[in-house]
Design a protein around this ligand. Structure first.
Ligand SMILES: Cc1ncc(COP(=O)(O)O)c(C=O)c1O
Length: 379
């Protein structure tokens, strides 16, 4: 059966060009990048070229990029590392209620260790309330951490405005850009972003590789101690092949970002208009305009989204009933609760996230199957 994949917010396939760039480093180029002989130096060079690509994509310096094992590790490193290193300044941090668990659970860890966290509300579109943000700033606030774009509902936050508020108040600003990278042009200098998390597997690189940008002006504690890798800030022999893959994926997507966005946005807009035209009692979750180009999250009133997913799966269609990291759990989505959805809309939410290989024909097939199920289920 042909797979039609509409779950690019959960993960993406590795692009052939990315895989090809990695293969030598899984074969003949096996030198340890810390070794001084030729094949070691070759691995080192490949890592530094990848670092440059990542830095160029967000307009920071090369020495402000650290490779990690995933987006979750980047979030942990930045949030815990910055709060621990700056605790003499204060123990207060501000975040939002709709962050990814990698951020929320890092905050819970901080709370258990004597720090104080404010969790901002969002409006019914999933936007952070700027007035509430301003009011929650205290003399001991060290860090604001607000995600660039939400993984479930796709809402994009006013990051430039938040960056300015943080700067005016001399507060460090982190954004989890795992979903935004490759979809939105990011410029950390212009947007006053001091720290940023990203992940390879959302941008057609492999799973298990991530990166953290941390401005050279910011102090942070290491989370993984050991050898001198990553300039002594994140120990462990580097995952050379995956780092090379991440660099390649970023350089490709950076070059193609406008065409890629046009492609997935066309599919998304077609999907949204077809769902709203052909099916009654549906609700688009998230901001209609400020949303990721490839994200559409609909509630189908009265429908059980998990049963819908299983039905779609029987036709080779992959979509998601929540975010990848929360599906499989029985708790209702914290994001859908935070935007004030009633139970029947939470249980019936389906996220479709579009990508490179999808076509309009695929989207038509998807809408046909959703409609068939919803009509039957409601009967
Ligand atoms: C917004 C956001 N942050 C962090 C992560 C975690 O990234 P990783 O899977 O690389 O740990 C994800 C993954 O879904 C995400 O969507």
């Amino acid at each position: 059966m042909r797979i039609r994949y509409f779950d690019h917010a959960a993960t993406t396939p590795v692009r052939p060009e990315v895989l090809n760039s990695m293969l030598p480093f899984l074969g003949i180029e096996y030198g340890n990048p810390s070794s001084l002989y030729t094949i070691g130096r070759s691995s080192r060079r490949a890592i530094e070229e990848a670092r440059l690509e990542v830095a160029k994509a967000i307009n920071c310096e090369r020495n402000e990029i650290y490779f990690t094992s995933c987006g979750s590790e980047s979030d942990n490193l930045i949030i815990k590392g910055i709060m621990l290193a700056n605790k003499y300044k204060g123990k207060h941090m501000i975040t939002s209620k709709i962050e990814h668990p990698a951020v929320l659970n890092s905050c819970k860890w901080l709370e258990r260790n004597g720090f104080d966290i404010t969790y901002l509300n969002v409006d019914s579109n999933g936007k952070v309330l700027i007035d509430e943000l301003k009011k929650s700033i205290r003399r001991d606030t060290v860090l604001i951490s607000i995600m660039y774009a939400n993984n479930e509902i796709g809402t994009i936050q006013p990051i430039t405005e938040i960056g300015r508020i943080a700067k005016d108040n001399n507060i460090i600003f982190h954004t989890d850009a795992v979903q935004a990278m490759g979809n939105i042009k990011i410029n950390v200098k212009e947007q006053n972003i001091d720290a940023l998390s990203m992940s390879g597997h959302k941008i057609y690189a492999p799973k298990g590789i991530g990166s953290a940008y941390i401005s050279s002006k910011i102090n942070f504690e290491n989370l993984i101690n050991g050898g001198h890798q990553e300039r002594g800030r994140r120990a462990g022999t580097e995952n050379v092949a995956s780092i090379v893959g991440l660099g390649k994926a970023i350089s490709l997507i950076n070059r193609e970002i406008n065409a890629y966005n046009n492609h997935i946005q066309t599919l998304r807009d077609f999907y949204i208009s077809e769902i709203e035209r052909r099916i009654d009692d549906v609700k688009l979750n998230g901001d209609r305009f400020d949303r990721l180009p490839g994200n559409a999250n609909f509630s189908f009133k009265g429908v059980d989204a998990e049963q819908l997913l299983l039905y779609l799966d029987s036709y080779g269609i992959c979509a998601s009933a929540g975010s990848a990291c929360t599906s499989g759990q029985s708790n209702p989505s914290h994001v859908l609760m935070a935007i004030g959805l009633k139970e029947e809309y939470i249980q019936s939410a389906l996220r479709a996230s579009f990508g490179m290989s999808n076509t309009i024909e695929d989207v038509k097939f998807l809408v046909d199957k959703i409609k068939a199920f919803v009509v039957k289920y409601r009967e």
